[in-house]
Design a protein around this ligand. Structure first.
Ligand SMILES: [Zn+2]
Length: 295
């Protein structure tokens, strides 16, 4: 787990909410967190990243397995898989522009959004090719690591929003990742507006689910005076409340369930809080940077 927070990280540079205030003070109950990304490996030497957050350089500094080995130019990072074109998911590509061979996998819609922004041309396509993946198509970013992208309800990236915004759209714009390797399966869905039957079925087949833990309550940004949007308007279903994450996966009791992409306003980030106790009692873990999961 390279990063476990939503956009802005914890603490967020311009925020003094209940959680960020504790983090700024160095209170041990709130661990600082970088923006969400998961690194996958089958053999421990080559790695594929699920999303490239704008904290990627800091995450590499904190992760010896991702640092250069041998002499001269090298990186254990062989592939990047993008679940959407949001800044906190994709802008980390800009930190990888030093002509390092790697492959970038995403849906055609996500690649088109990136292609429309010329700054990303700094990542030379002749050494870092972009590979469009169809929904439901199996691909191997690393030998022995099989991935499938599947649609989850979501919306266009914030920086592409205009006009009326549909937040539960199913298409190529927001996807989850189903991963299979070494006989183990995991599902990664850092942004999801509501749980579909397909997602429930895929989670039922998995050993581990990493799921959207952005907000504890749908109106959390509003009640904390941090913004005027509900979680659902941002394309993220809340952890609690009717139709929330705890309710949606209440029957997946044999599945290891981990909340990721956690916004700095979310009180589950305060260790020992009633909100953290509530998600733990429901069988969920709260992700933290540096968390390692062996399957
Ligand atoms: Zn905050």
């Amino acid at each position: 787990m390279l990063g476990s927070a939503a956009g802005g990280g914890v603490p967020q540079w311009n925020c003094n909410c209940r959680v960020c205030r504790l983090a700024w003070r160095g209170d041990q109950r709130v661990r600082p967190r970088t923006q969400a990304s998961l690194a996958l490996s089958v053999d421990g030497s080559d790695w594929a990243l699920l999303n490239a957050s704008i904290d990627l350089r800091q995450q590499i500094l904190a992760t010896p397995a991702l640092q250069p080995k041998g002499e001269g130019r090298h990186s254990p990072i062989a592939a990047i898989v993008l679940t959407n074109a949001e800044i906190d998911s994709a802008a980390g590509l800009l930190a990888l522009r030093e002509r390092q061979p790697l492959a970038v996998f995403a849906t055609e819609a996500t690649l088109a959004a990136i292609a429309a922004n010329r700054m990303f041309d700094a990542i030379d396509r002749s050494v870092a090719p972009r590979r469009a993946v169809r929904l439901g198509e199996t691909f191997e970013p690393l030998p022995g690591l099989r991935l499938e992208l599947f649609a989850v309800p979501g919306k266009v990236p914030l920086w592409l929003e205009e006009g009326e915004i549909k937040t539960g759209e199913i298409g190529e714009g927001a996807v989850g990742v189903a991963v299979e390797g070494g006989g183990a399966r995991l599902v990664y869905a850092p942004g999801c507006a509501h749980v579909t039957e397909e997602l429930k079925a895929r989670a039922g087949d998995a050993d581990v689910l990493f799921f959207d833990g952005t907000l504890f309550a749908d109106d959390e940004m509003i009640t904390n005076g941090l913004g005027d949007k509900t979680g659902r308007r941002m394309g993220h279903m809340p952890v609690t409340g009717p139709g929330g994450t705890l309710e949606a996966f209440a029957r997946h009791t044999s599945l290891r369930r981990i909340l990721i992409h956690i916004n700095n306003s979310n009180p589950i980030l305060i260790e020992g809080s009633a909100e953290e106790a509530k998600v733990k009692a429901a069988g969920w873990e709260v992700a933290f940077d540096g968390m390692e999961i062996g399957l």
